[in-house]
Design a binder for this molecule. Structure first.
Ligand code: NI
Length: 183
């Protein structure tokens, strides 16, 4: 297990389209997923995509546990999602604040589809699908964007709503540890 450095916006690997995974239950894939979970936990993130640690494969992880300190945070099941596809179930979009481990210290107001179905493969290569809405749907869209070389600032409609977390949310203080929006 290893915590890997997270690439930051400006690194060219974050702009590449990642390749599908074709082999499962290999030491390489299992080590990648383990390192991704270690890295996400170390950074207190809600999700992570393989390209963020420099691996150009279509692998994302995410998950947010229910936390009594943040009762407004909707829990998201801990998930490994490989070769994902997203189907939009409702054309309606809603805007909410996002952050990203590759854009540290910043937040932006990003439109996302409210309801989606996503499908893909789990760590063993078995297919699954889920419907998701709200924060869960947002996290999935954010992570899948990483696989296509898209970072959330590219989705912001009005750049007045992009800035430093500590300026946008001074009431949260310097030690913000809410997982929301750190994807
Ligand atoms: Ni991100």
């Amino acid at each position: 297990m290893a915590v890997r450095p997270v690439l930051r916006m400006g690194h060219p690997l974050l702009l590449q389209v990642a390749e599908p995974v074709r082999e499962f239950n290999t030491p390489e894939l299992d080590a990648l997923i383990e390192d991704m979970f270690d890295t996400m936990a170390a950074q207190n993130g809600a999700g992570l995509a393989a390209p963020q640690i420099g691996v150009g494969r279509r692998v994302v992880i995410f998950g947010v546990a229910a936390n009594p300190r943040y009762p407004d945070v909707e829990p998201v099941p801990t998930t490994v999602l490989i070769n994902p596809e997203i189907e939009v179930l409702d054309e309606a979009q809603e805007e909410d604040w996002e952050g990203c481990l590759s854009v540290p210290g910043m937040r932006g107001l990003v439109p996302r589809y409210r309801r989606i179905r996503y499908r893909g493969l789990d760590q063993n290569g078995d297919p699954f699908e889920r419907e998701a809405e709200g924060f869960h749907a947002r996290v999935v869209q954010h992570e899948v964007d990483h696989l296509d070389g898209i970072l959330y600032p590219q989705r912001i409609r009005d750049l007045r709503y992009f800035g430093f977390e500590s300026e946008l949310f001074p009431q949260l203080g310097p030690a913000v540890d809410s997982p929301v929006g750190r994807e």
